[in-house]
Design a protein around this ligand. Structure first.
Ligand SMILES: [Zn+2]
Length: 294
């Protein structure tokens, strides 16, 4: 048995036994409705086609509601959804669970605070995933606050465990990732919010493509602008790898905090005022450095 498989088996043995009855619990009812509403939004916005895309919500320590395979996201019904445990075993539901659930489950295992995951193929963001280019950032406030820098998870065959694990390094300090030559995945506290991140990323990618077509120089945020946006982000408690402690910053695709920043910092939500000011200053310096290099 490989080290990873042994670790997964130990973690699985420590989990509470899954409860299939949660599928019919009153609190699951509202979440099922929300998943169906999110599915229709994705389809109406052209973020999924055919039977593509999938949505899930964690409703217990070892229970996750998810969409079935081979069904358009426009046609989802609460009764047709599935309930699985964190190992992907189906516990309840008429349809067969999506094979992509493994990707969602890796995210839940890596970040217990995450309660919903959305995977879809919005055209402009997916174009970036094919070009293996992260969307340029520091240009629009909403994108910077809700998402920030987007990592690209390497390509692996969809539906496999290998594919599912590609996103793990990014889960803690991001809420959105491009999946190379495939699409995007977003995670949040609710399915509605995870769908918002898909909208914010897709609209941003589209807008930046249009802005470039104007053939004029683009203007990016200065350090003071970034400072204001980072304060909003901090207030909302949104993850950003630029605010992560260096040891946890697995994503190397964005501007790093300046080398003179403290070596070990607490999580963003636990920073004192001066610590946060110092972080903001470090980020601003790194950003300015990047802009000078444009
Ligand atoms: Zn897909």
């Amino acid at each position: 048995m490989t080290k990873t498989a042994a670790k997964a088996r130990t973690a699985a043995s420590r989990r509470p036994q899954a409860n299939p009855r949660l599928f019919h619990a009153a609190r699951a009812r509202a979440i099922k409705q929300e998943i169906c509403a999110v599915g229709r939004k994705l389809w109406l916005r052209h973020y999924v086609d055919g039977n593509g895309g999938n949505i899930s919500c964690r409703i217990g320590p070892n229970e996750v509601l998810c969409t079935p395979t081979m069904l358009s996201k426009y046609d989802l019904t609460p009764a047709g959804l599935c309930l699985v445990d964190l190992d992907g075993n189906q516990l309840a539901g008429a349809g067969r669970r999506t094979s992509e659930i493994l990707l969602h489950l890796e995210i839940y295992k890596a970040a217990p605070e995450v309660k919903a995951v959305v995977h879809c193929h919005p055209p402009h963001a997916t174009a970036h995933s094919i070009a293996r280019s992260v969307p340029d950032y520091l240009a629009l406030p909403e994108f910077e606050v809700f998402i920030g820098h987007v990592p690209i998870a390497p390509y692996a065959t969809p539906g496999t465990s290998e594919f599912a694990r590609t996103v793990v390094p990014f889960v803690k300090h991001h809420n959105t990732a491009l999946l190379a030559n495939h699409g995007i995945v977003t995670w949040a506290d609710t399915a509605t919010h995870a769908e918002w991140y898909a909208e914010v990323l897709e609209t941003y990618c589209w807008t930046m493509m249009l802005a470039r077509q104007l053939g004029l120089p683009l203007t990016y945020f200065n350090a003071l602008d970034v400072e204001g946006l980072m304060e909003i982000k901090h207030r909302y408690g949104l993850p950003d790898h630029r605010l992560a402690p260096p040891a946890e910053r697995t994503c190397t695709c964005g501007p790093a905090i300046a080398p003179n920043a403290p070596a070990a910092l607490p999580a963003p939500g636990q920073l004192s005022g001066p610590e946060f000011a110092l972080l903001v200053q470090s980020v601003a310096e790194a950003v300015l450095e990047k802009l000078r290099g444009r």
